[in-house]
Every structure is written in structure tokens, then in C-alpha cells.
Design a protein around this ligand. Structure first.
Ligand code: SAM
Ligand code: SF4
Length: 463
């Protein structure tokens, strides 16, 4: 019997790429492949790429340089290793990838990866295969479902794509070009996916989309459902203890979402709501379609619905023409809102986007200095947010054994890692933990109630 072929996937970038990589694994497992943790012995290596900033794209080419050596070694040993580039770099650069890196056999965009097995067969026959169109059919209808063993191996927390693409066209961003127009999956398909995950032990679902709160999927009643209504329905699925969603746009926060935060205990009070800048002039130049005051008003609506809600955000420093005063407006906004966490990036011009044509660039030194100042402020807020939990009792969803023997790690509602000494059968349960200390970003504590060993997970919420 010939041994199964081995697949290795390396994924870069956002949560959506993590999800897509899992679906690629599911696709090839259905074709008889097994996953391998190293590229060394793989028959097929897929790089699932990110194009959002220049650094992310360039990483792909240095990785392809390393893979060329492995592929040559494999050939010398009589093994045929195939290399595929998937994701947003594949979409943006297409055939240019093969020109720059002839080691690549297959190039496939993020909307076509359900065709990967056929593309691999074509590459085997013709030498190369490339597909970067946006096909008319929906890839989700063609992707095989993960097997129960694969779901269990991936742990108690899972992503589910509910929406893809973006129609916002922020002037700095490649997403509308690489992922295409906004599309929402039908409610019934999402219910099926979430039910299958929950039946196989998943307890936390994060709904993902480039612009997830623009969700407008077809409901079983024939009406268009917004995200809040979808969340309300998913909260009824037995076994789903926690719901999250990411990434939201401030313009698309509707009443259904605010009401979901008010009414659903399963919906975690932690919202990633990128603002990018605190300056109205920069927000307009970014084509964000909201002002800093609009953003503050959205935050107020969330806080009025649920007072324990906390926020994270994304920021770009050094957008073309950003003055010192405009950057100071960003710092002022951060101070006013008070974030539990945030990501900040130096502006990176992306070919084909309107901002890449803007002339008034900010110097590299100025960008570095602004990034440091912003990150210091955010780190300070994050540390204060984390410290505030010491001495409190909070709910933790336990995920896996920690590195220290006997310790189990889980996450609070705000995604803070929390460690306790406890038996492994608390994995998959939400239990109250008294937090005693903070070590860097990790909380340490004790179970507030000793676990009733071997009792089933408390799955009553939403059942
Ligand atoms: N859809 C989300 C939103 O509306 O904010 C974010 C999508 S993007 C994958 C994640 C983050 O990357 C953005 O929020 C932005 O801060 C950052 N980003 C996007 N393009 C960038 C660029 N050209 N330079 C620097 N950062 C960028
Ligand atoms: Fe990019 Fe987000 Fe703007 Fe869409 S809304 S263009 S994904 S930053």
C-alpha cells in the first residue's frame, strides 16, 4: 500500500487565513492527504499568504527561497514536492509570483481554493496552474466539512466565516481588491457549521469576516438577517457557550448588534472595532466614512447596552500627510476611549490603492517615533486593564493543558489567558476563577469552586 501523501500549510496574516488554511486541510484530507508539521517531508507545501502590508508580502518570497532548497533536495531523493501559493499575495500578484519564484507550481486566489486539488492535478500534467478569478460559484458549497476527529484536534474554540470581501474601499487597503465584493453566507449554512462544531466539543465560536457586521445573509424565513439576529439564533445552539465576532466597521453597527450585546449572555463583551485614526481629516483621506465623533458615539451605544464591555482597535500611523497635530488627535482618542488591547501599524503603501498615489509621505523616522508613542500608550492601557482583574472572580473558558505540568489555561471574556492548577477535565467548561496575580500578559488564579470531577460541561446556557 502506498503511504498517504503529506501536506504542509504555512499561513500568514488574519484570522480568515487561519480559517481558510483549515478548510484547505479538510479539502486535501478528503483526497487522502495527511497533514505534516514540517515542510521537510511534505509532498505538497501551501503558503497561505497575506498582502496587507509590504513586510507580509515579502515574507512569502523569502520563504519560497527556503522551499526551493527543500524541493531540490526532494528531487535528488526521487521525491516530487509541489509548492502552491494561496491567499491575497496570490490574488494580487498572480503570474508575477511564478516569474519571481519559478519554484512555484500552483497559484490560487482566496476565492478559488476549493479548486486546489484540480489545480494540483493540472500542475502535475502541464507543469504549472494558476487561478485568480473570482468564480461565480460559492466556494463554501464545494468545501468538504471537517471530520469529527479534525474538529476535536483543533480545540474548543473555532472560527466560522460568515461574510467575505469588502465594499468599503478604505484608500490604504488591498482587501477589496484581493478578497472581492462583500458576500454573506446564508443563515442555514452557518447554523449547520456551528451545530457540527458544537456537537464535536467546540464551545466558543468566533464569526469572522473582513467586515463582519456588514453581514446580511438570507435567513430561513427568506428575509435578510443582520449580524445581531444571526448571533441570537446561534446562541440557541446547545453547547455554544461563547460567541464572538471580528472584524467590525464602526459604520455598520446597527441596533440588532447592540441589542445582541444587551440580551445574549453568550456574546462576549469584548469588541474589536478598528478606528485607524483620531483625526477627521485623516479619516476622510482614508475614506473611512466616519468621523472621530461618530466612532465615540458608537462606543457610547455599546457601553449603554452593556457596561462591562471593552474594546480593541487597529491604528495606522504615518498615513500620507498626517501632521503631528493629527497624530496627537489619535493619542487623544485612545486616551478618551481606554482600550483593553489594540494593534498599531506603520502605514505601508500598497500597489493599486489610492493612498499609494498620495505624495505627502511621512518620514520613516517620524513614523517610528509615532508608532512607539502610540504603542506605549496602548501597552499602558492594556496593563491597567489586566491589573484591574487581580482580586476579582471571573469566568474562564478552559482550553488546554498549559506548559507547566498540572496547569490548565483558558481565557476570560476579554481573551486574557488565565492559568489554574486543576484536572484536565475542566477543558471545555466555563468556571469562575479567583485571579491572584498577573505575569506579563497571563493571569494566575484558583478555581473559585472546586471542579465537580467528571461532571459534564455546564452547557445549559442557550440549550
Ligand atoms: N476590516 C477591518 C477594518 O475595517 O478596519 C480591518 C482589515 S485589515 C485586514 C487589518 C488592519 O490592517 C486594518 O485595520 C489596518 O489597521 C491595517 N492595514 C490595512 N492596510 C494597511 C496598510 N496599507 N498599511 C498599514 N496598515 C494597514
Ligand atoms: Fe480594508 Fe477594513 Fe477598510 Fe474594508 S473596511 S477596505 S477591509 S480596512
Amino acid at each position: 500500500m502506498t503511504p498517504p501523501r503529506k501536506l504542509h500549510i504555512k499561513s500568514y496574516g488574519c484570522q480568515m487565513n487561519v480559517y481558510d488554511a483549515q478548510r484547505m486541510v479538510d479539502t486535501f484530507c478528503a483526497e487522502g492527504f495527511v497533514e505534516t508539521a514540517s515542510a521537510d517531508d511534505a509532498d505538497l507545501v501551501i503558503l497561505n499568504t497575506c498582502h496587507i502590508r509590504e513586510k507580509a508580502s515579502e515574507k512569502v518570497y523569502s520563504e519560497l527561497g527556503r522551499l526551493r532548497v527543500l524541493k531540490d533536495d526532494a528531487a535528488r531523493n526521487g521525491r516530487d514536492m509541489k509548492i502552491a501559493v494561496a491567499g491575497c499575495v496570490a490574488q494580487a500578484e498572480g503570474a508575477e509570483i511564478i516569474r519571481r519564484a519559478p519554484v512555484v507550481d500552483v497559484v490560487v486566489g482566496p476565492q478559488s481554493y476549493h479548486h486546489l486539488p484540480q489545480l494540483l492535478a493540472r500542475a502535475q500534467k502541464d507543469g504549472r496552474a494558476l487561478e485568480t478569478e473570482f468564480p461565480v460559484e460559492d466556494k463554501f458549497g464545494f468545501l468538504p466539512q471537517p471530520k469529527p476527529d479534525a474538529i476535536r484536534a483543533r480545540g474548543i474554540s473555532a472560527f466560522v466565516t460568515v461574510q467575505e470581501g469588502c465594499d468599503k474601499f478604505c484608500t490604504f487597503c488591498v482587501v477589496p481588491y484581493t478578497r472581492g465584493a462583500e458576500v454573506s453566507r446564508p443563515v442555514a449554512k452557518i447554523i449547520d457549521d456551528v451545530s457540527r462544531l458544537a456537537d464535536n466539543g467546540v464551545r466558543e465560536i468566533t464569526l469572522i469576516g473582513q467586515n463582519v457586521n456588514a453581514y446580511h445573509g438570507q435567513g430561513p424565513d427568506g428575509l435578510t438577517w443582520p449580524l445581531g439576529r444571526l448571533l441570537e439564533r446561534l446562541a440557541k445552539i446547545p453547547g455554544v457557550l461563547r460567541l464572538r465576532y471580528s472584524t467590525s466597521h464602526p459604520r455598520d453597527v446597527d441596533d440588532s448588534l447592540i441589542e445582541a450585546h444587551r440580551d445574549l449572555p453568550q456574546l462576549m463583551p469584548f469588541v474589536h472595532l478598528p478606528v485607524q485614526s483620531g483625526s477627521d481629516r485623516i479619516l476622510a483621506a482614508m475614506n473611512r466614512k466616519h468621523t472621530a465623533d461618530d466612532y465615540r458615539a458608537v462606543i457610547d451605544r455599546f457601553r449603554a447596552a452593556r457596561q462591562d464591555i471593552a474594546f480593541s482597535s487597529d491604528f495606522i500611523v504615518g498615513f500620507p500627510g498626517e501632521t503631528g497635530e493629527e497624530f496627537a488627535a489619535t493619542l487623544a482618542l485612545v486616551m478618551q476611549i481606554g482600550y483593553a488591547a489594540a494593534y498599531s501599524f506603520k502605514y505601508s503603501p500598497r500597489p493599486g490603492t489610492p493612498a499609494a498615489e498620495m505624495r505627502e509621505t511621512v518620514s520613516a523616522a517620524e513614523m517610528d517615533e509615532r508608532l512607539v508613542r502610540l504603542q506605549e500608550l496602548i501597552d499602558h492601557q492594556q496593563a491597567a486593564f489586566n491589573k484591574a482583574v487581580i482580586g476579582k472572580t471571573v469566568d474562564v473558558l478552559f482550553e488546554r493543558p498549559a506548559r507547566n505540568p498540572g496547569q490548565i489555561v483558558g481565557r476570560t471574556a476579554y481573551l486574557q489567558p488565565a492559568h489554574v492548577m486543576a484536572p484536565a477535565d475542566i477543558i471545555g467548561k466555563v468556571l469562575p476563577v479567583r485571579i491572584e496575580s498577573l505575569e506579563r500578559y497571563s493571569l494566575l488564579g484558583q478555581l473559585a469552586m472546586p471542579p465537580a470531577s467528571s461532571t459534564p460541561a455546564p452547557m445549559t446556557i442557550g440549550a
